[in-house]
Ligand binder design. Structure first.
Ligand code: GDP
Length: 594
């Protein structure tokens, strides 16, 4: 029997299961819970509201190496709802309430968008985790050894199957390395603080499950006992996992209590939209054990609970409380101080707001934080961050953002309201991106932004006066003046109508009004072409003459933009003429156009 050390009181670590859809999160949780839910002896797994506690004795029972070990944690508390929604809702003290996580990945399919998503979120929250490389029983030729440890079942597989498993694990190691994580098969990891352990599992057959539990306990014992220190007797602190209507009870809160105790009659402080609420606990409810299933009331009432646990709280005035916000008990200490604490926890939402940026929305406070951290890491500013669906107002606000590259809304796991969709359809300058995967959202936004940037550059480029040099051809003086009409050859660059022309000494001689090629009006002519141009200003024989070379007179600020940002987009011929032109200008003023 495993012994629990009495020397230091540590609370039960909270564990979340994350990963891609259909990779086996629910099955894994069921297998972990299922083994002895109906067990009535001491140390049986117990159902809580929103969570299941697996005591250390239950874990040790199925694991001979654990049975000999000393423990100072009472067990593991698994959050019943898998996925990152629950993980990010369980926000507490600026991080996630979950102390540890399991990332489930189908070993045959490898990493999928939500797997990567989960890893990013865990990295942001600095939450230690193990990888369950699940569905090993699907490897062709796998021989099932139910509920055995990985080492035992692996040793009984043939060489081909063993080799296949190794290859698949190494594929995961490679992918994790691309994502910036060092990892190894769990039995080869020496330093769990640096390396992520990969445990091959089957949620269906139970193989490797005891190894996952052992890994979690190892991580908790070794690396996080400071975080798990518990004031069992102090006033309770928790996080609201869900706000639910219950028949006969009204609005109730499903709370994960991570510290202290919570009792009927306690005054509690919770948070709603823009307001703090205080109320008194009317009842505390737990799920009724399976054996009492015939009793009509599905909840069992209890007087008091201690952390860590999941409990349903019924009390007046709970309408409007938001999931993901804190709950604190006022007991012994100053009520105002507790209110202050809850307020600061809410204000402590770690979203960096910039002067310039996009609008972000998410389903939970934690999800908003995770998204914001990832955007921050990529240097993308956030102007406004809110929990909730995308509203018409958000779209209008995005439309007023000055920098068009930020006229965007990113909606992570949250819908767009119908009137927001309508407004968006009427606001072509605004784009909205919706997804349940952060990196997908960021990729989509960056792609849109870069395309928009290129488009803006193209537009700017089109407005710029481009360099060109022309020569007035002999025998092609069609009109002397008002305007002068002459034939020219484009010696280099690109000639556009509407530009001003200057002599090689810099003197501006007139405005090129029109250009014709074989009696057709054109707006651009390339090097080598011969065209007729009408020039408002000069008279042939006075300001200009046959065989004169003329330059396009480029405004100084256009030269600045071209030289700084667009030089590589000019043709060699245009670059050459620009060089001649600026050399001429800089002979008179060395800093011209700089
Ligand atoms: P979730 O969406 O990640 O919660 O995935 P589920 O737990 O619902 O599993 C998806 C499907 O995969 C179900 O049909 C499960 O029975 C199956 N499944 C889950 N784990 C395993 C496993 O280890 N082996 C096999 N063969 N099937 C599994």
């Amino acid at each position: 029997m495993a012994k629990q050390s009495k020397t230091s009181q540590i609370r039960t670590p909270i564990v979340c299961v994350l990963g891609h859809v259909d990779h086996g999160k629910t099955s894994l949780l069921d297998t972990i819970r299922g083994s002895s839910v109906v067990d009535t002896e001491a140390g049986a797994i117990t159902q809580h509201i929103g969570a299941t506690i697996v005591p250390i004795e239950a874990i040790a029972r199925g694991n001979s190496s654990l049975a000999k070990m000393q423990f100072n944690i009472p067990g593991l508390l698994f959050i019943d709802t898998p996925g990152h929604h629950a993980f990010t809702t369980l926000r507490a003290r600026g991080g996630s309430l979950a102390d540890l996580a399991i990332v489930v990945v189908d070993i045959n399919e490898g990493f999928k968008p939500q797997t990567i998503e989960a890893l990013q979120i865990l990295r942001n929250y600095k939450t230690p985790f193990v990888i369950a490389a699940n569905k090993v029983d699907r490897i062709h030729g796998w021989r099932v050894h139910e509920n055995e440890s990985f080492a035992t079942t692996f040793a009984k597989q043939n060489e081909r199957v063993q080799g296949m498993l190794e290859t698949k694990v190494y594929e995961l190691v490679g992918k994790l390395s691309d994502l910036g994580f060092n990892s190894e098969r769990f039995d080869r990891v020496r330093d769990f603080a640096r390396n992520v352990g990969i445990v091959p599992t089957s949620a269906l057959t139970g193989e490797g499950i005891s190894d996952v539990l052992m890994m979690l306990i190892g991580l908790a014992q070794r690396y996080m006992t400071d975080n798990l220190a518990l004031s069992v007797e102090g006033p309770g602190a928790g996080t609201v996992l869900e706000v639910k209507e219950e028949r006969g009870l009204g609005t109730t809160l499903d709370v994960i209590l991570y510290d202290g105790t919570l009792s009927v009659g306690d005054e509690i402080v919770v948070a709603g939209h823009n307001q703090i609420l205080t109320t008194k606990v009317r009842s505390l409810l737990k799920p009724r054990p399976m054996s009492e299933i015939l009793i009509e009331d599905k909840f069992e009432r209890v007087k008091s609970v201690a952390a860590a646990t999941g409990i349903k709280v019924a009390a007046p005035k709970l309408e409007g409380v938001i999931a993901g916000t804190p709950l604190r008990v006022v007991r012994g200490e100053n009520r105002d101080e507790v209110i202050e604490k809850v307020m600061s926890e809410i204000e402590d939402i770690q979203v960096t707001i910039a002067d310039e940026g996009i609008i972000i929305k998410a389903d939970t406070i934690g999800a908003l934080e995770a998204l914001s951290k990832e955007l921050d890491a990529q240097g993308i500013g956030v102007l406004k961050a809110e929990v909730g669906p995308v509203t018409r107002h958000d779209v209008i606000e995005a439309g007023t953002i000055k920098n068009p590259l930020y006229s965007a809304i990113i909606a992570f796991n949250t819908p767009m309201l119908p009137d927001a969709v309508d407004t968006l359809a009427e606001s072509p300058q605004v784009s909205a991106f919706e997804s349940g995967v952060i990196y997908q959202l960021i990729d989509d936004y960056v792609e849109w932004r870069d395309e928009k940037k290129r488009e803006m550059e193209r537009q700017q480029f089109e407005k710029l006066v481009m360099p060109a040099k022309v020569r007035i051809l002999p025998g092609c003086i069609f009109r002397q003046s008002n305007p002068a009409v002459v034939g020219v050859r484009i010696l280099g660059g690109k000639l556009q109508s509407g530009v001003y022309l200057a002599l090689p000494n810099g003197k501006r001689i007139g405005h090129l009004k029109q250009m014709q090629l074989r009696s057709e009006t054109i707006h651009e002519a390339e090097a080598g072409q011969e065209v007729a141009v009408s020039i408002e200003g000069p008279t042939v024989g006075r300001q200009i003459n046959v065989d004169d070379d003329l330059y396009v007179d480029i405004p100084e600020r256009h030269v600045k933009v071209i030289e700084r940002e667009m030089l590589d987009r000019l043709s060699p011929s245009m670059q050459e003429i620009l060089e001649e032109y600026t050399t001429m200008r800089r002979r008179q003023d060395p800093f011209w156009g700089k």
